[in-house]
Design a protein around this ligand. Structure first.
Ligand SMILES: [Zn+2]
Length: 596
């Protein structure tokens, strides 16, 4: 780690910025001095010699671990020996990376990483939101175009139609393909449509996700024979009957064998081993089996195999342009929701993911060449501890029941002349009123104050914000107001926004019913916002970096390495971790991978 310590960079400290500026000035003057003193004029032919274009990576690899808290790296690094360890030791580790916005959800985070923009710009404000025109919930990828249909590999017949049409700006990958004459191939994989599609963009050579036991895509995206072959030769159901057991000796685990407040998937109990056998008595894969599979390391391995097949079948990184490969690993998210961040399950799946990533990097080294590709790994959001577990500390923690908040609003407006019900939907932090209700409230300060007090006095509520406070990213902002403003997209976002107290979980479960999950995410606190950002490979200066950054900086960094321009100005290239062309790659001892 001593090598990495030498590369510490502390941006934001004027003294050090001054040093950097002085260094640049000095570098400039060194080249000027000899020229004025003793330089003889260059021959014309030499002067006319064209400079070679800057080298570019052959392949850009984006890895997103769904729901990976930044502190998982700090806690568990010592137990890793594969790809996660290699990213830390050979790459640039940004230790203070966090989303600055409120809506820390999957679709939002993936769209932010992919575009380099915040939700106020890219428009993916949640996994699903209330469509005021349609008066129904829509998912961020649902496409109403009747000519679009989801299509399944290996004979599957999925429902629905999913694309990235709601994403208001192009992805980095789309821009790369467009700005380099179409030579780029774009291939993405995830268990979730909202991850695979946002990482790819509006069109791609393949954007593949998992639905109801099958790999699927939609008619807007290309289908690939290698995915068909993989779907047939190693379908998820081939893992039926396997058992997820602990990978490390039991003493290596930080937490007790039963996570407090956990809600495991059907067919599993709170303790290892976890059998992938569906409901207890079935002999064939059922829906419970696929839920278990998605919540197991086997799903991560399946995604890794698909990524490796893509490299082989399409010769990614070997053609004329820079190719783009992205994988979003979804299982950490499912397990986190079920067992919470303080569980053996989370610790163990990271050990297994570390091995998968080690294999993936070994494959890329072999097929694309070490140093020819650049990798970024991040997460779309973190997660809050299970409230019942957090309460053990004595801290104020609990569950904010959104149906109760809705009831409070209806009661506040009961004796006034408002429609019944007045609330159309509360989803996440967003409160949507029935048509014209919010307009009326804005002109009726008494009724508005009743509503704000009704919400603000509900157990677990810290603050309520109105849409008009957030529009156009106002300049004077508290940190949480700014977070909601960066998430605000007119027409899609709610009318009012609920900020829970720290460690209070927003929950839509009707009163009196048990929660169907352990915990969640989606609010502007650091446990949801703070995620890893790790870069490795082509053009990257290894080291640990502590300046505050956001995952929206990943796409601009890729863009800088590839020599293209993104429309968004929300993110910035991580210049501190970009190697100057004259800097040589430091000789490093290779990190052994677990399964070479
Ligand atoms: Zn997620």
């Amino acid at each position: 780690m001593a090598k990495a310590l030498n590369a510490f960079v502390w941006k934001g400290i004027p003294f050090q910025l001054g040093m950097i500026a002085a260094a640049f000035f000095l570098a400039g003057s060194i080249s000027l001095v000899p020229r004025t003193a003793a330089q003889t004029p260059r021959p014309r032919a030499a002067a006319a010699k064209a400079s070679p274009a800057p080298a570019k990576p052959k392949l850009v690899v984006l890895l997103v671990v769904d729901q990976m808290r930044a502190d998982y790296v700090d806690k568990f690094l010592g137990q890793w020996s594969g790809g996660l360890k290699r990213l830390v030791e050979e790459g640039a580790w940004f230790r203070d990376a966090a989303y600055p916005y409120a809506a820390t959800e999957t679709c939002v985070g993936h769209a932010t990483i992919s575009t380099g923009a915040f939700p106020a710009t890219h428009g993916m404000v949640a996994n699903a939101w209330w469509d005021r025109k349609e008066q129904k919930m829509v998912t961020c990828t649902s496409d109403p175009d009747p000519s679009v249909k989801n299509i399944g590999y290996a004979g599957a017949t999925p429902k629905g139609a999913d694309t990235a049409w709601r994403m208001a700006v192009p992805s980095f990958a789309e821009e790369l393909k467009f700005q380099t004459g179409g030579a780029t191939r774009i291939v993405t994989f995830s268990l979730k449509a909202r991850a695979a599609l946002t990482m790819a963009g509006h069109k791609a050579d393949a954007a593949t996700w998992f639905d109801g036991g099958a790999w699927v895509t939609s008619t807007v995206y290309g289908t690939q024979p290698f995915i068909e072959e993989q779907a047939k030769s190693h379908p998820a159901k081939a893992d039926f009957g396997k058992t997820w057991v602990l990978s490390l000796p039991e003493k290596e685990y930080w937490y007790g064998e039963k996570a407090l407040g956990a809600v495991p998937p059907e067919g599993w109990d709170l303790t290892f081993p976890h059998p992938l056998r569906g409901k207890s008595s079935v002999s064939e894969p059922d829906s419970a089996f696929y839920e278990q599979w998605a919540s197991s390391p086997y799903a991560d391995t399946a995604l890794t195999e698909l990524a490796e097949k893509a490299v082989d079948a399409l010769n990614l990184g070997k053609a004329a342009g820079t190719d783009f490969l992205a994988v979003s690993y979804s299982s950490v998210d499912y397990i986190g929701h079920e067992f919470g961040p303080r569980s053996r399950e989370i610790q163990d799946i990271l050990v297994r993911l570390d091995k998968d990533l080690g294999n993936l990097f070994a494959h890329l080294d072999q097929k694309v060449g070490r140093g020819n590709y650049v990798v970024a790994l991040s997460a779309d959001h973190g997660v809050v501890p299970i409230p019942e577990d957090m309460q053990k500390t004595g801290a104020d923690a609990g569950v904010l029941h959104l149906p109760e908040v809705q009831q409070r609003i209806e009661i506040a407006l009961e004796s006034l002349n408002y429609p019944k019900p007045s609330v159309a939907r509360i989803t996440g932090s967003d409160v949507y009123f029935a048509p014209d209700v919010y307009k009326k409230l804005q002109a009726d300060s008494n009724a508005m104050s009743y509503v704000l007090v009704a919400i603000g006095t509900a157990p677990g509520v810290a603050a309520v914000y109105r849409a008009e406070e957030l529009r156009d990213r106002p300049a004077t902002q508290t940190p949480t107001l700014r977070a909601f403003a960066l998430s605000y997209f007119p027409g899609r976002s709610g009318d009012l926004f609920i900020l829970p107290k720290p460690y209070w979980l927003l929950d839509t479960t009707p009163a009196g019913k048990p929660r169907s999950y352990g915990t969640g995410h989606g609010v502007p606190y650091n446990y949801d916002q703070h995620v890893p950002v790790l870069l490795m490979g082509f053009g990257i200066q290894p080291g640990q970096y502590f300046q505050p950054i956001t995952p929206a900086d990943i796409a601009p960094t890729f863009a800088a390495l590839c020599g293209i321009t993104l429309s968004s100005r929300d993110g910035h290239p991580l210049a501190e971790a970009l190697r100057h062309p004259s800097q040589k790659t430091a000789a490093r001892k290779p990190v052994p991978t677990a399964n070479p």
